[in-house]
Design a protein around this ligand. Sequence first.
Ligand SMILES: [Mg+2]
Length: 163
Amino acid sequence: MTREYFDPYPGRIYKNNGGGQFICIASADDTYSAVMKNIESGWTFTANGIGIYEDGTIDWDYSTGGYFDSLKDWEQRVKVLNRAVNTFGKNAQVDMMIEEMSELTKALLNERRGRANNIAEEIADVKIVLEQMEIIFQNGEEVNEIIRQKTKRLDKILQDRGE
Ligand SMILES: [Mg+2]
């Protein structure tokens, strides 16, 4: 199987060929190196010379500075959401996204009409499944970059209005 050196994306979970799952915590100084954490054991280390195979599994030439660390709240959340995607699959979770978006739509309409509503719960549901969309479509970095650009454009529009 072909192996290519690559830089893993912070916030994303990768499998290695031994079946372990590792969340990328942060990029490291050198290229093709990153701080990785085993999501089961909490073993955290800098992986150097990271390579990715055609099937998406990764390995690394050597690791340095290992220690045990508990999972942070966001790491635990990514772990659970990643597991949901692997357990239920793309189609079920995309259907879930459509369903939750319509439930939020309905909650917003209820609020507009002065009816009882559960906007907070429906916003939470949408955010939980939205994050799974970024896992499924592997585009979290692209999404963040577009958010950055659009926020900048919105800022300019507001400034041009003198606000
Ligand atoms: Mg809901």
